[in-house]
Design a protein around this ligand. Structure first.
Ligand code: ZN
Length: 440
């Protein structure tokens, strides 16, 4: 194998990576996160034991385009106690029990009065739903339908010991500089409580990517954002408008731990290099996958791809959020995400990075008829497995298409060959003086 300088991710042991990723998810699982508050700070503090994350605190009330940073919410305890003194719903058993951003309450009331504030899932009677009330002044509890049905008439003591007050919105950011200022943006949300696929899977894969990128040599710069969904990306964009032109590629990572096939959602542009790189990597992965077009709902790609920015940012996930029943319920737990799926998502990102790193435009220095490759020992140099003619074919494709207009990704797409073969052929040809990089 020639030039290993940019071979991000080669040689990773998937079973070790899977365990590392799942263990980090397990560590972060108990934390009660929301779009603001101590849960986000605790999560970022845990990541800071692995990464030199910069933690930003943006005061409540700070304007961000059409939005404002909300008040900060923190919850210490919450429960519903029945007439005999038993806690029938207890935040300490599951942080999903309290509706996120509930206003504090301490009251006694009959079931009829309490009932409009209770949420359950009749179709999945053992699961607790996840609900929020960020922008409505309200309060509530989520509970399993079995718990709900067991509540008798009578009076209940209802306590949500929470605070909703001026404070900050917190997010984490890490720039890993490369040889060039051109950036790859990796963004993931950190605002859900004990939910694994929707939240923790993206956090752990992004954190591990940052660790690996920091150890590797790379041309591109990589910017990692750990932000609360929607308001976090809106706030970040509003504070970073002047540097957005550096973003050449981007991925929102979300729902990358469930065992379903990988789904890539294209950027609004539809044909950005990251869109093509992701589609190419998945097409050559040999695994079932989907590539879908942009639509203006989902995760933070909505903000990055709003028309005023139109950044080349796609979204990598596995099963899309509307398509699995565990979504936004207590069943999206540590058993729902698998080490294998997490490791595979990590490898997919690294393969996409590899394409983005290496998809340069080259010029054939011997363009008049084919150069004699045998004379230069080039066939021997590539010497792939007997019967695998892909690397030999890649030499011919790279030589033929490298006229200063086609990138190696263009060559890979047009030839139908995997990018690694095209990239390796380019290395060999360059080392033999037959190819040079065009100015990018
Ligand atoms: Zn969600």
């Amino acid at each position: 194998m020639t030039s290993t300088a940019h071979l991000l991710g080669r040689g990773l042991d998937a079973s070790v990576e899977g365990r590392v990723l799942h263990d980090l998810a397990r560590e972060l699982y108990p934390i009660c996160r929301s779009i603001t508050g101590e849960g986000v700070r605790q999560t970022l503090a845990a990541l800071r034991t692995h990464l030199p994350l910069e933690v930003h605190e943006v005061p409540s009330g700070t304007p961000a385009f059409d939005w404002r940073v909300p008040r900060e919410w923190n919850v210490r305890d919450a429960y519903i106690r029945n007439a005999t003194g038993t806690k029938v719903v207890d935040f300490r058993r599951s942080n999903l029990h309290v509706v996120s951003y509930s206003r504090p309450i301490r009251a006694r009331m009959p079931l009829a009065e309490l009932r409009p504030h209770l949420f359950s899932l009749p179709d999945h009677p053992k699961w607790i739903p996840y609900r929020t009330t960020y922008y409505d002044d309200n309060w509530g509890f989520c509970l399993s339908h079995e718990q709900l049905e067991a509540l008798g008439d009578g009076e209940y003591e209802v306590v949500i010991d929470a605070s909703l007050a001026d404070g900050h919105l917190t997010y984490g950011e890490l720039l890993v500089p490369g040889e060039q200022p051109d950036e790859v943006l990796i963004s993931t949300h950190v605002c859900h409580p004990s939910l694994c696929n929707d939240n923790l899977s993206g956090i752990v894969v992004a954190a591990r990517l940052a660790e690996l990128v920091r150890k590797a040599q790379h041309r591109l710069s990589y910017r990692f954002l750990f932000i609360p969904g929607t308001i976090g990306s809106i706030v970040w964009l509003s504070r970073n408008e002047e540097r957005l032109h550096h973003i050449r590629h981007g991925l929102v990572l979300t729902g990358v731990g469930d065992p379903g096939p990988t789904t890539y959602k294209r950027s609004r542009r539809g044909d950005a290099q990251v869109d093509r790189a992701a589609a190419h990597v998945l097409a050559h992965s040999g695994r079932p996958h989907r590539v879908i077009d942009f639509f203006p709902y989902g995760y933070d790609e909505r903000q990055y791809c709003s028309p005023g920015f139109d950044l080349p940012v796609g979204c990598l996930m596995r099963t899309p959020f509307g398509e699995y029943p565990e979504y936004h319920t207590s069943a999206d737990d540590l058993a729902f995400i698998t080490p294998e799926a997490l490791a595979e998502s990590l490898a997919t990102c690294l393969d996409i990075f590899f394409v983005l790193e290496r998809a340069a435009i080259y010029v054939n220095r011997n363009p008049k008829c084919e150069p004699r490759l045998g004379k230069r020992g080039i066939y021997r140099a590539i010497g792939g497995a007997a019967g695998d003619r892909r690397e030999e074919m890649a030499l011919l494709w790279v030589l033929n298409l490298s006229d200063g207009s086609a990138s190696l990704l263009d060559v890979a797409e047009r030839s139908g060959l995997p990018f690694w073969a095209v990239s390796r052929a380019a290395d060999v040809l360059r080392e033999n003086g037959l190819l040079e990089e065009a100015t990018r």
